[in-house]
Design a binder for this molecule. Structure first.
Ligand code: T5A
Length: 230
């Protein structure tokens, strides 16, 4: 990591992040949005955190296996920060500089919610980590998919089948309720950037809500930035 985020060229692509609890439908909705942008000739990449770059994927494996938990919340936060630093500088910023949209499944709000609210890592520490890893990179839009805890947990359980739950899926209902509250608070504290979508609906209804938010807050807000591919 560098002491402060290195300078980059002008970021011409759009940066859209998806957040929410376990099984809220982020991966499903990102895929649908990427297809819709492709149909509109807007070039986009889909990526995720933790992970998204070769180095960060190694850390993802470490964290989701539960090894980070043994080290405590602060060490786990450092692991997420190290993964983000690599992902931002090798994947996200280079794509944005080229005018490519980046659709990211989880980003810094996940650290705020999971490590901050649930792990009690102090805001000052999270602020310092963000200064180093993301600098002034701010999503153009953050879509927070909101589902009742039991719905999200059922979806996540159905999807993983007989596989063991990962580090965070294994937490109890109270943990996931606090998580949902944390995301709602994040949205309330930054309403210009965040939109909360009711994700307790069928896939197409949720996708329509996501598209409406994107159209109103991003596409029509600054149309000159919608660089069409050839
Ligand atoms: N984490 C991450 C931190 O603690 N700190 C950090 O800084 C970061 C970046 C990542 C974990 O790491 C933590 C948070 C996470 O616990 P992960 O494996 O990437 O873990 O998992 P999640 O991000 O939690 O995502 P999930 O894979 O659990 O769920 P999604 O992507 O929200 O949901 P999705 O789309 O896979 O859908 C789940 C199932 O529900 C169905 C799908 O078909 C699928 O089977 N589904 C619906 N069913 C009915 N109606 C709908 N509307 C549906 N939408 C989807």
């Amino acid at each position: 990591m560098t002491e402060t985020a290195p300078k980059v060229g002008p970021l011409r692509g759009r940066f859209i992040t998806f957040e929410g609890g376990e099984g809220s439908g982020k991966s499903t909705q990102i895929k649908l949005l990427a297809e819709r942008l492709d149909a509109a000739k807007l070039q986009a990449i889909v990526t995720r955190e933790p992970g998204g770059s070769p180095g960060a994927e190694i850390i993802r494996h470490l964290v989701l296996s539960g090894m980070g938990k043994m080290l405590g919340a602060y060490a786990e936060t450092l692991l997420f920060a190290a993964a983000r630093d690599d992902h931002v500088h090798t994947v996200i910023k280079p794509a944005l500089e080229q005018g490519i949209w980046v659709l990211c499944d989880r980003f810094a709000d996940s650290t705020r919610a999971y490590q901050g609210r649930l792990g009690n890592v102090l805001p000052g520490v999270l602020n310092a980590m963000e200064r180093v890893t993301i600098g002034d990179l701010k999503p153009d839009l953050t879509v927070i998919l909101d589902v009742p805890v039991e719905v999200g947990m059922q979806r996540a359980a159905a999807r993983r089948g007989s596989n063991a739950p990962d580090r965070f899926e294994a937490e109890d209902v109270a943990f996931h309720q606090k998580l949902r509250d944390a995301y709602r608070d994040i949205a309330a504290s930054d309403p210009q950037r965040c939109v909360v979508i009711d994700a307790n609906a069928d896939v197409n209804t949720v996708a329509a809500g996501v598209w409406t938010a994107l159209r109103d807050r991003v596409l029509t807000a600054d149309p000159a930035k919608n660089v069409k591919r050839a």
